[in-house]
Design a binder for this molecule. Structure first.
Ligand code: FAD
Length: 458
């Protein structure tokens, strides 16, 4: 068994030679990081401006978190919406949510433009709750969405659940009392501990394949102003008032702007020659979490789906929960042989100074907890699950669990589209779109994703 064997990288079956470019000295915009965030950022800057763009990737395009995730397309946050409203206020949060919902259209437009076969399934995902507190958080989300005139889904609640009077009064339009059997059916579960289920729009995709296909499109369509260099770790970025020097093994590149799309763990020395010290502030703001996944193949026949199980009593976003996706897995091109059932959830926070290695072994206790969970929960789990794939990837959690998109407050030469968190595929694409709008000087409204000036905090 390989230590990190991702089905998305396997499906990529990449034959494109490594793009190593030694001839870039001067450009308008350097993007650091060739995951979905960096590639989407390049896509939108090239589409929405006439700038020259250079994308530098330390390894290979799409081989970071983009090649090692669960592939769910969802617009969830890793914190309750009510919590965000407390921090940022109702208007700012709900305007940001409304803007973010645009991501679905962005993905469709990209697929239409690149004309590549990247299968994306969409459906309603089901999320199961174990406790009353978790249920109320979900109902509050529907309540806030309705208040903001956004689509609000109803929540299916086991009919035996007794609500506090004030909760019932506040949330009654979103509550659909049902038999336990419906809860179990929606969650495809045999575990009777779930008391409620919410549903939201979701999809699944191989984000590595999508990212690689966007890169091929950019290389073909912007030959005169798009440059890619893989195997090119950026070592230092020196920021001046109106431009920057980017130091790479091949030499130096001068660029007007730099966009970090590195997921937050870039090992880059950031030297700011015009303003405060960015480096220490920034690195204290992203914490690493290694997420673990396992997948097996099953016969075709069941529809694609995504299921999330809050299987403990916790409402703390730091505590793990399990998630499962099922989608056709067409390893042999144009010939979907089977469904791929992927399960994830358990993870390990990295101590500050530890550097994640993609080749790190897969801990036995994590494999055991995934096995236990699926046997206890998923009704279609085979008796003896043989995992064809087991993989892990790095999530970068910003301090407030939100992606950072926009200008570094200390120096506008630097921008970010990073901080992947566990739910970051659609937000990476949205982030690329937003960065292009910021750079093309369109007025962009304030957002919860705007980087904050942390100079006073550390
Ligand atoms: C186990 C797991 C499950 C997940 N499941 C989901 C999910 O179901 N749905 C969802 O929406 N999100 C999910 N995510 C999150 C999602 O994968 C990320 O949000 C997304 O891939 C982030 O893309 P990115 O481009 O920001 O980061 P990455 O794909 O990690 O790309 C960053 C790139 O920057 C490069 N880089 C770093 N430093 C340098 C440097 N100094 N010089 C040059 N290049 C550099 C890296 O090599 C890397 O390729 C999951 C993540 C994990 C780990």
């Amino acid at each position: 068994m390989s230590t990190n064997n991702s089905p998305w990288i396997k499906q990529l079956a990449r034959t494109r030679p490594i793009a190593e470019n030694n001839n870039i000295n001067d450009t308008d915009i350097v993007i650091v990081g060739g995951g979905i965030a960096g590639v989407a950022t390049a896509y939108y800057i090239l589409q929405n401006t006439d700038k020259k763009v250079c994308l530098l990737e330390a390894d290979k395009v799409a081989h970071g978190a983009t090649g090692h995730n669960a592939g769910q397309l969802v617009l969830d946050f890793e914190r309750p919406l009510s919590d965000l409203v407390k921090q940022f206020g109702f208007d700012l949060v709900m305007n940001s949510v409304r803007d973010l919902e645009h991501s679905w259209i962005l993905v469709e437009e990209i697929l239409e433009k690149i004309k590549k076969d990247v299968s994306i399934s969409t459906f309603l995902q089901s999320v199961g709750y174990t406790t009353y507190d978790q249920l109320i958080i979900s109902l509050e989300e529907s309540f806030l969405r309705r208040q903001a005139n956004l689509h609000a889904y109803e929540v299916f609640v086991k009919k035996e659940i007794i609500f506090k009077e004030e909760d019932l009064e506040k949330y009654k339009t979103f509550i659909n009392f049902v038999d336990e059997e419906i809860i179990l059916n929606l969650l495809e579960s045999k575990d009777k501990k779930y008391i409620a289920v919410s549903q939201t729009k979701a999809g699944c995709a191989n984000s590595a394949l999508l990212t690689e296909n966007i890169i091929i499109y950019l290389l073909e369509n912007y030959k005169d102003r798009f440059y890619l260099s893989e195997n090119t770790p950026v070592q230092e970025v020196v920021l001046f008032e109106n431009n920057s020097i980017i130091k790479i093994p091949q030499g130096e590149i001068k660029s007007q702007k730099v966009v970090l799309c590195t997921n937050g763990f870039e090992n880059i020395l950031l030297t700011n020659k015009s303003g405060g010290d960015i480096d220490t502030k920034f690195h204290h703001n992203v914490e690493g979490y290694v997420g673990y996944m396992a997948a097996y193949t099953d016969s075709l026949g069941r529809n694609p789906t995504a299921l999330t199980y809050y299987n403990t009593e916790s409402t703390d976003p730091d505590d793990p929960y399990f998630y499962l996706t099922r989608r056709p897995y067409d390893l042999e091109k144009n010939n979907p042989r089977s469904n791929l059932v992927s399960v994830g959830g358990p993870g390990i926070w990295l101590p500050d100074s530890t550097h994640y290695q993609r080749t790190n072994p897969y801990p036995e206790e994590i494999e055991k907890s995934i096995r236990e969970f699926i046997n206890q929960t998923y009704i279609h789990a085979p008796d003896d699950t043989e995992y064809l794939f087991m993989w892990h990837g790095l999530m970068g959690f910003t301090k407030d669990y939100l992606r950072l998109i926009g200008y570094e407050p200390c120096n506008n030469t630097l921008l970010y589209n990073l901080g992947c968190n566990g739910v970051g595929l659609l937000t990476s694409i949205y982030g690329g779109y937003r960065v292009s709008k910021i750079l093309s000087s369109d007025t962009v409204e304030l957002s919860i994703f705007d980087p904050k000036d942390n100079r006073c905090e550390i």
